[in-house]
Design a protein around this ligand. Structure first.
Ligand SMILES: *Cc1c(COP(=O)(O)O)cnc(C)c1O
Length: 357
């Protein structure tokens, strides 16, 4: 079976080396040496001042909202994984959906500006498929209206714009290091910021709000373990290789798929990509289901991504007007893409897709 994604596993011995050290030290969690080492290496890799390793990419968004004191309206994208809007609701805030751009399916800055009210406190935008949002325009809007800007950068590890990591933009960027992502720590995530005060508070919040006997604030348990950090330390030096392998598969799809009948994201900013996903936009949901079924007959499992449009989930919001997101969510399909997908398989997948358009 060929699934939409496959977790990268490093050579077992490399992981084992780190695990031996954990046994020797007998420290498994609570901000251990491997966690601190991973944070430092990620800061250097990304060129971001603070990286705080947490248990997953969802708690990262929740803590980001908490640190920025967001309690009212958050303008966010309907075209993302449900963790984005669920975090907003879980934190007791109100998600206000602004529709997306047809070019790259990231949030439309003009729609963001139109959605601003006296209660708006933050913008929470996703770099969809690792493609950058309109980062400069969103920052301008945030500054003009004195609101915070948070990026759900779960897809964006390894992406650079104008020579800088995409995770260095906004007040805070969050990332997921889940096993399905380009860089992973099994489960895990990070909160990235250049602001010292935020970093200090994030560190408190992820660890119950206290340091030893000093109880400073409320907090949650968002810590991550030495075992997860070890996986990150083994995988981080391989990110370049993994991205290169993905790029080759990406180019095979690019060259074979029938673009007369298919759409794909168009980028406007100077971007070094991470090739995190290979989305195609079919003509209609009917064609999508036909292509998905045809691939399924060959044990090939693509993923509807993102689906559904978050604006259609009644437990998230009763009110929304996002026709572009609603439309793309019905006809966007991510094709299999992972570091060791055989090139012949990629060709075969592209040909099956073409035959059923
Ligand atoms: C994976 C993902 C998340 C959630 O991350 P977890 O680590 O699984 O909690 C959030 N947002 C987006 C866009 C994602 O792709």
């Amino acid at each position: 079976m060929i699934n939409v994604t496959k977790t990268y596993l490093p050579p077992f011995e490399e992981y084992q080396e780190y695990i031996k050290g954990i046994w020797e030290r007998n420290q498994l969690t609570n901000n251990g040496p491997l966690v601190r080492e991973l944070e430092k290496q990620i800061q250097d890799f990304l060129g971001v001042k603070h990286c705080l390793f947490v248990s997953n990419g969802t708690i990262a968004i929740q803590i980001a909202l908490k640190v920025l004191n967001i309690t009212k309206e958050v303008i966010t994208t309907p075209f993302s994984y449900c963790a984005t809007s669920h975090s907003v609701v879980w934190e007791g805030c109100k998600p206000v959906f602004a529709d997306i751009l047809t070019s790259d399916l990231c949030i439309d800055p003009q729609k963001v500006e139109e959605a601003i009210t006296a209660d708006t406190q933050a913008i929470l935008a996703t770099h969809v498929y690792g493609n950058p949002c309109e980062i400069y325009e969103l920052q301008r809007i945030a500054d003009k209206h004195n609101i915070k800007l948070i990026y759900d950068a779960a897809h964006a590890f390894g992406v650079n714009v104008d020579g800088k990591s995409l995770l260095s933009f906004g007040d805070i960027s969050t990332c997921s290091f889940h096993a399905t992502k380009v860089f992973h720590t099994i489960e895990g995530g990070a909160i990235l910021t250049n602001n010292d005060d935020y970093a200090w508070l994030i560190d408190r919040y992820r660890s119950f709000g206290h340091i030893g006997d000093e109880y400073l604030t409320i907090g949650i348990n968002g810590k991550n373990s030495e075992f997860h950090a070890a996986m990150g330390l083994v995988n981080l030096p391989k990110v370049g290789e993994i991205i290169q392998a993905r790029k080759e598969i990406f180019e095979i799809y690019d060259s074979i798929l029938n673009w007369e009948k298919l759409g794909r994201p168009e980028l406007r900013l100077a971007t070094e990509k991470n090739y995190a996903y290979y989305p195609i936009f079919l003509e209609s949901e009917k064609v999508l289901l036909r292509v998905k079924a045809a691939l399924g007959e060959h044990q090939i499992v693509p993923r509807r991504y993102f689906y559904p449009s978050l604006s259609t989930l009644k437990f998230v919001t009763e009110e929304s007007n996002c026709p572009i997101s609603d439309d793309f969510a019905l006809r966007a399909l991510a094709l299999p893409l992972y570091y060791d997908l055989a090139h012949d398989d990629a060709r075969r997948i592209a040909e099956i897709v073409n035959q059923h358009l």
